[in-house]
Design a binder for this molecule. Structure first.
Ligand SMILES: Cc1cc2nc3c(=O)[nH]c(=O)nc-3n(C[C@H](O)[C@H](O)[C@H](O)COP(=O)(O)OP(=O)(O)OC[C@H]3O[C@@H](n4cnc5c(N)ncnc54)[C@H](O)[C@@H]3O)c2cc1C
Length: 720
């Protein structure tokens, strides 16, 4: 039988061989040698000229929110990277705006990003409601408040959700990247041989080829009116290039799920007058407007600034995006507003298609090509899971890439990214579809069943109708839809009309029973849990999919703190003992650094757990893994008591004593985590729990810890 240590050395050698150049360059970031000149390669460019081919450990394709977050996280963890972006400017079209609780927790670790968002976002009272009405000045069918007092009391998380437009978030991310040494370059601005920490605008990824040392990535860009090509070499390519990902197509990964759920036109416009009116009369985030002249969903991005996006359903091929000119969109806005606004300024009109699909694989080409964000999954925006899930993908991936490139983890750790994140995307897809269908229950109750509209559209699209000219098809479609919208006239929709009264009471029931579109999903937001991956699963754990399928996803479930492997570390306020800053409380989540790879072992101050902590430190050293121990003392423990930690953990120094900063009526840490104080938990750099155990139930501490670290870091199969 091969020893654990021999297995590890072998594994490390294999990783060294596999990622030789990447490691050389990662280490290079701590030396003064410039990355691009460490190992310049030459290749023939067009016209036979010799061109230098830049080599990067990580190349990210797509500078959307997910690509930018990943570049920040990797850079903080010491990994050199650059981003390719096919557009020459960043889009100002606001898409995402709801930032969920877990994403805000991650943003806390990005140099105060969460706090900055909180200082810039509109006050919560301006966006906590969804309003259903006939026009923005007409009768209201219902108004649903999506916030509860506990959303702000910081009991389950040190931060709460936010409402902040995607393009504003992008600006804050770019500022952070600039501080980390990144520069945004257009093709004509690129000079010199330093290629890392660049956001290369106007560069479209067009090809990917495996080479002996990694990947060769082809890009095209426009220079002085001519298309040019430039090649890059990289060890890892991350495709964060959005829903129509080229990277995904180039590596032949299919999507699985439902396509074309709905086509929409998204109209970005400004109107200070509308903003001021809504701010004073009916503040809200989403306005679902149904009247005989028009139907649409208005997203109030910022009432004070009067910034809105209107979503209008459209049916192709009878309706074309060209039908939605600035003038037409302005008219639709006025029909939905209900009075003549004079300051409407349409900025941009964009079509988009709603899908519910997840990539069949997230990782390919021997762990070198990885998909994140919309490139890996595309959901209906109902519930705001798209960008949030993508950002959380990046967070899951960053520490794994960093650990692998620095030799701590085996390349197979990248597989655990797919094992952990893909089931979450599958779950969030069906949750978003259920939520989208719930949103459709409102028009259905009003007599505007979208299923009927889709059937009518299918019939018009069928071969039966294809003999009619397109203009006649369009006329028929619009005629049928306007008859449908006539259901919304005041003549029908009033309490004195039996049909109208029935429909209004159906609507009331939907709102009263919470069956309309939901904004918050606490159990999924903070409570998502990895069932297998870079962790030691507990016996008897069901896999995520099978468990998920038995739950009615939209049933609003609270987040219940849990310390099982795969779960996010529960939040509790604690105080550091024996430190000058001991008085300031902080979250257990803050025990994990966002700026370096470090694992955390949480124990109670008891003999068996100290013994296990000493063994953990020893094994972590053998595995070259930074590990900190945190000893959680009950509230009221004096500094005198805690001296024992130093003695107990001798000779190890990387530990912190903290005490619970709980109210007398609150649960202790161990009760909150549903654990006994004999148990210890090992937490990963992404704040997810990798392992928990009873400290006095292990026969051989060292052997068990070697097994745990091997499994977590992908060295498992060397334990033969
Ligand atoms: C109406 C609407 C509302 C939404 N609301 C929310 C919400 O409230 N909360 C939420 O979490 N999500 C929401 N979403 C979803 C969210 O907008 C997306 O999930 C998010 O933009 C995905 O980010 P990304 O970085 O993965 O991809 P993208 O934002 O699509 O960025 C991809 C980037 O890659 C670039 N690119 C593409 N191909 C190439 C190539 N070949 N080479 C180089 N660059 C390339 C693109 O130009 C683009 O800049 C909403 C979406 C819509 C449409």
């Amino acid at each position: 039988m091969r020893s654990v240590a021999t297995g590890l050395i072998l594994k490390r050698k294999l990783a060294d061989f596999f990622y030789t150049c990447s490691r050389r360059r990662v280490l290079g970031c701590f030396s003064s040698s410039s990355f691009g000149t460490v190992d310049p390669r030459k290749s023939n460019g067009r016209g036979g000229e010799e061109k230098e081919v830049p080599h990067l450990p990580v190349l990210i394709v797509g500078a959307g929110p997910v690509g930018l977050i990943l570049s920040i996280l990797l850079t903080k963890l010491g990994v050199k990277c650059s981003v390719l972006e096919k557009s020459v400017v960043f889009s100002r079209h606001p898409q995402a705006h709801f930032i969920n609780n877990r994403t805000m927790e991650l943003f806390r670790k990005l140099d105060g990003l969460a706090e900055e968002i909180q200082s810039l976002e509109p006050p919560v009272d301006l966006w906590r409601r969804f309003i259903y009405c006939t026009s923005l000045s007409g009768p209201v069918f219902g108004s649903v408040d999506h916030m509860k007092p506990q959303d702000f009391d910081k009991t389950v998380s040190p931060i709460s959700v936010a409402h902040f437009s995607q393009y504003k978030l992008m600006n804050l991310l770019l500022q952070r990247l600039e501080k980390l040494g990144f520069s945004v370059c257009s093709p004509s601005e690129i000079e010199g041989s330093i290629w890392d920490r660049k956001i290369l605008m106007g560069h479209e990824c067009i090809s990917i080829h495996p080479t002996n040392e990694g990947l060769k990535v082809g890009t095209s860009y426009l220079k002085e009116g001519k298309m040019e090509e430039r090649e890059f070499h990289c060890s890892i390519l991350v495709g964060s290039d959005g829903a129509r990902s080229t990277v995904r197509k180039l590596v032949d990964i299919d999507m699985k799920g439902e396509r074309n759920l709905q086509r929409l036109v998204s109209v970005h416009f400004l109107s200070k007058d509308l903003g001021q009116y809504l701010l004073h009369e009916r503040p809200g985030m989403l306005f679902f407007i149904f009247n005989p002249d028009a139907i649409g969903v208005l997203v109030a991005h910022d009432l004070d600034q009067g910034e809105f996006v209107l979503q209008i359903p459209y049916y192709s091929p009878q309706q074309k995006i060209e039908d939605f000119s600035f003038k037409v969109c302005e008219q639709i806005i006025l029909k939905l507003v209900g009075w003549k606004l004079v300051d409407v300024q349409v900025l941009d009109i964009k079509p988009w298609v709603m899908h519910a699909e997840v990539a069949e694989k997230y990782v390919s080409h021997n762990n070198r090509v990885i998909l994140v964000g919309d490139a890996a999954h595309r959901f209906p925006p109902a519930g705001g899971f798209g960008m949030n899930t993508g950002i959380q993908d990046a967070h899951n991936l960053a520490w794994k890439i960093s650990s692998m490139l620095s030799g701590i983890a085996s390349p197979s750790i990248i597989q655990t990214y797919e094992m952990e994140r893909r089931p979450i995307a599958i779950y969030n897809t069906s949750l978003s579809v259920e939520n989208f269908r719930a949103a459709m229950s409102v028009p259905a109750a009003l007599g505007l069943d979208p299923a009927i509209a889709n059937s009518v559209h299918r019939v018009i699209n069928s071969s039966l109708c294809s003999i009619f000219p397109p203009s006649l098809q369009k006329f028929a479609l619009e005629g049928i839809f306007s008859i449908g919208r006539a259901q919304l006239s005041e003549l029908i929709l009033n309490e004195n009309n039996p049909l109208g009264s029935l429909r209004l009471s159906r609507l009331k029931k939907i709102f009263d029973e919470g069956k309309s579109l939901q904004l918050q999903f606490p159990a999924e937001d903070l409570g998502f849990c990895y069932k297998e991956g870079a962790l030691v699963a507990e016996c008897g754990e069901k896999r995520w999919e099978s468990e998920a399928s038995s739950v009615h996803k939209r049933d609003l479930r609270p987040y219940i703190p849990c310390a099982k492997p795969g779960c996010r570390l529960p939040h509790m306020l604690i105080n550091a003992l024996k430190e000058s800053s001991a008085k300031a409380s902080f979250s257990t989540l803050d025990l994990i650094s966002g700026d370096k790879i470090e694992f955390l072992l949480i124990i109670a101050p008891i003999k068996g757990s100290y013994r296990l902590a000493r063994a953990s430190m020893m094994v972590a050293k053998e595995f070259d893994v930074p590990l900190k121990v945190c000893i959680i003392w009950p509230k009221g423990s004096s500094d005198k008591n805690v001296n024992s930690s130093e003695k107990e953990l001798e000779p190890w120094k990387n530990f912190i004593d903290v005490e619970e900063a709980v109210k007398p009526t609150s649960k202790s840490w161990w009760e909150l985590c549903q654990m006994s104080s004999n148990e210890v938990i090992l937490v990963r750099p992404d704040e997810h729990i990798a392992w928990r155990t009873e400290s006095n139930g292990i026969a051989d501490d060292l052997l068990e810890l070697k097994r745990v670290f091997s499994l977590m870091l992908g060295h498992g199969k060397f334990l033969l």
